[in-house]
Design a protein around this ligand. Sequence first.
Ligand SMILES: [Zn+2]
Length: 149
Amino acid sequence: LTRLTEIERRCAENKLRMTDQRRAVIRVIAEARDHPDVEELYHRVRTVDATVSLATVYRNVKRLEKMGVLKRHEFTDGRSRYEITPARHHDHLIDVETGCIIEFRSPEIERLQVEIARRHGYQIIDHRLEIYAAPIKCSGKQQSKEKRS
Ligand SMILES: [Zn+2]
């Protein structure tokens, strides 16, 4: 099943009428491989259907979020960013210089979180891990120093 037909199926389940505008929004969402905000989605939707307004994109995104199709994130800049709710959980590493978002999955971290929660008498229902990081810039000097030790 493609992401597009999967979202269309979910919309039908939720009795959402499939208009041309909604189809354009969904198509763009299904094609996104990054974490766009509503404005970014709007610009992409406009290349598919120029009649779609920012408000329409916003409404549809909110609706899809409510349905659990989209997951909302708020990384560094306080803007809401969206991705299709992943079938398999992953966490995010955010490059604070470029805003580039890297998805990763760590079984050790997952295990450790369960352990920490249990130690405090809790069972994890959900979690969110965001690592904010700057790229390591190594000068030639530091590199040769490290090699010697
Ligand atoms: Zn993600």
